[in-house]
Structure formats: structure tokens, C-alpha cells
Design a protein around this ligand. Sequence first.
Ligand SMILES: Cc1c2[nH]c(c1CCC(=O)O)Cc1[nH]c(c(CCC(=O)O)c1C)Cc1[nH]c(c(CCC(=O)O)c1C)Cc1[nH]c(c(C)c1CCC(=O)O)C2
Length: 341
Amino acid sequence: MIKNDLFLRALKGEIVDRPPVWMMRQAGRYLPDFMKLKEKYDFFTRCRTPELATEITIMPIHQVGPDAAILFSDILVIPQAMNIEVEMRPGVGPWLPNPVRTSKDVEQVIVPNVHEELGYVMDAIKMTKQALNNEVPLIGFAGSPWTILCYTVQGQGSKNFDIAKKFCFTNPVAAHTLLQKITDTTIAYLKAKVAAGVDAVQIFDSWGGMLSPTDYQTFSWQYMQQIIDALKDETHVIAFGKGCWFALNEMSKSGASALGVDWTCSARNARYLSGGNITLQGNFDPSRLYSPPAEIKKMVHQMIDEFGKDKYIVNLGHGILPDIPVENARAFVDAVKEYSK
Ligand SMILES: Cc1c2[nH]c(c1CCC(=O)O)Cc1[nH]c(c(CCC(=O)O)c1C)Cc1[nH]c(c(CCC(=O)O)c1C)Cc1[nH]c(c(C)c1CCC(=O)O)C2
């Protein structure tokens, strides 16, 4: 049904002529047309208005040409729906005026009816699916419970999420209660997204790498596994843990269709750790898109040679940076389309 189904075929592990490509944060700030909309509407207005979310989601499809679209939204709509105030401050990023810091705060956090609180996301998915006209698949996403906890407790972005870690290690009972509430909300949310029409979902564990391998199991992975268990029979799940190469082996047995890898892990090591059989996604250093287009293309071809063209989805190792020239993003995508072996 979907005309370009390369991405879905790679998720199924099928043999392909070339791997599919998309970029994390591809619907964003490096696109001049996105910046024009940003001047007119604040961040959560863009998320909550299906027409705007649709327009932004489709922008990179027409202007850069990846093989999959990812819905324009944010992982922080989940804490918002759970009764935690979240602002997006220009120049600061996420800002939570009342972070969750005590057992009592955790009690106040609700597990919402996602259809009521996040219906605007489902509307955006339906509208985007129509606008995409089955050209490419649409990816839905959520943050991992641990990554969401990081923001809800820290109250803003951080280099080390020290306050979030302190909360977990001094009040583990409250931390686990919060993580379970986030997990329950996320499962209902992703199921609603699948029902609304997304073709796959990605779980972003952007701050998993802040934890030791042992704490990763306790505070992050067991909750991601719950989400994968709940979703894997309905859709393809991609698990992306930034800095979580140490967990690739366990992740490979989780029922996820693919695993995201960042640029600090070599293709060879990622294949070895994940057992050599599961689809991998990544892992171009986002800063490498500053290189001239010819060099980007050479490096992309080398990366595909290293991962192998099958069971592989070309992507960056994390989100695209705001000041990357559009033509460099295009060179990245074109390099994959020009690949032949
Ligand atoms: C940690 C995280 C967040 N949001 C997200 C993550 C996980 C991925 C990652 O680690 O990058 C996920 C996200 N955020 C956004 C998307 C849209 C889809 C896409 O193009 O990938 C996705 C998938 C839009 C956005 N989310 C945000 C913007 C930029 C702000 C704006 O446009 O006003 C966009 C396009 C804001 C945001 N949202 C968040 C931060 C830290 C910030 C501010 C810093 C920044 O600007 O990157 C939280």
C-alpha cells in the first residue's frame, strides 16, 4: 500500500537494493520554511495544531527526500498530559516551573486518558497520513520513561541530570512509581498513535547513557521492555538509546524490530553486540554534516559498507543540528539513494 516501503522492509529484515534513510529531528530548525513558521507560532501551538504539525512533518519529505516521515511533535507532550507543566523557552529549551521532586509530587502526577489529553496528536497523524498520500511511511515516537523522568525531575535540560539521578538514588520507591506512571501513559499513547495510523514507533532514550549499565537495567530498560512487549505485536518498534551500546545485547532480544546506535559505537561493534541479526539504525555523527557534501557522500558510502546494506536503516547518531545547511542534509540523503553494491 505504501509506495516507498524500503523503511518497512528494512524493519522486517528483508533484502533491499539499498538501505532506507531518514534523520532524527529532520522536521526542524535547519529548514528555512520551518523557521518562518517558528516566528509566527510558539512551539506547543505548532504541536497542537494538526495543520501546522502536518505541514512541518511533510517539509523535509519534499525538500530533502528521506524514505520515512516522523511526526512533528515532542516527547514532552507526555508529562504535559500527566498534569506537569512544560514550557518551551526560546534560547533555553524545555522549562518545567514545578519539577517533580518528592513522593508527594509523584502522587499528584496522573495517568491521563490519552484520547482526551492528546487527541490533537492523533488528529495530526490522521491529517499527515492523508497528506503523505502513502508516499512514505510515518513514524510515531515517545521518549523513554527514564528520559521523561530526567526532564520532569530536573526541570530543564542538563549535561548530567544530577538532580534526576539524585532523586532516583535517594527515593527509589517514588522514582519507580513515577517511571511506572510514565510507562502506562506511554503504552496507551503509542497504541493510540498506531490506531491513528503511524507505521512504526521509535522510543527515544536520549539520556540512557547517563546511567551505569546496572542502573540502566533498573531505571530505564525494564520500562522500555514493557513498552516493547505491549506494542510489538501491533507495530514495528525501534529502540534508540543514546550512549547505550552496553545494552545492545539485551535490546536485541527484546522484540524490537530495530535498534538505534549513536556514533561512539562502530558498526562492527554494534553488529557484534547485537548478535548480527537485528536491523540497526544510525549512526552518522550529526556534526559530520558540517563537512562538504562530497566528503559527506564518501563517508555515508563507507558507513553503509561497514553496516552492510541489509538489516540497516541509515540515520544520524542523534538529532540534526540547527545550523546544518539544507544542501548538506540533502547530500546525506542523496548519498544513500546513489549507493549501489
Ligand atoms: C530529548 C528530546 C526532546 N524532544 C525530543 C527528544 C528526543 C530526541 C533527542 O534526544 O533529540 C524528540 C523530538 N522533538 C521534536 C521531534 C520532531 C520530529 C523530528 O523531526 O524528529 C522529535 C522526535 C521537535 C522539536 N522539539 C524541540 C524543537 C526545537 C524548538 C522549536 O522549534 O521551537 C523541535 C523542532 C524542542 C526541544 N525538545 C526537547 C529539547 C531538549 C528541546 C530544546 C532543544 C532543541 O531545540 O533541540 C526534548
